[in-house]
Design a protein around this ligand. Sequence first.
Ligand SMILES: [Zn+2]
Ligand SMILES: [Zn+2]
Length: 105
Amino acid sequence: MEKEKYGVHRTHCCIEHGCKYGDKDCPVVNREIRQDYICEDCDNEGINSVDELFLSPWKKELKKVNQCPQRQDSLQDQLRDLAIIANKFGLYDANDYLKTVLEIY
Ligand SMILES: [Zn+2]
Ligand SMILES: [Zn+2]
């Protein structure tokens, strides 16, 4: 694709949700250039900025997880499991914090 045509892709396409024009050689999807804005699908998924889109691989992982039924066990047990989940998603500081809280219980 000629570089002159990059502009429309830069402003309309999304690295996560694809080329708005269905172009196989979209420079945004192929990571040649970075998009200027988030797309409508990003917005629907709670992504607020291009930076967030690029910095949040955990959100992409989260999408793969199915909704689980509500649990009836204790808050302490749930927090203990939440610490495991936090760790899995790379939220190490949150994991450390939860461990601290759990020791106080
Ligand atoms: Zn495109
Ligand atoms: Zn998007």
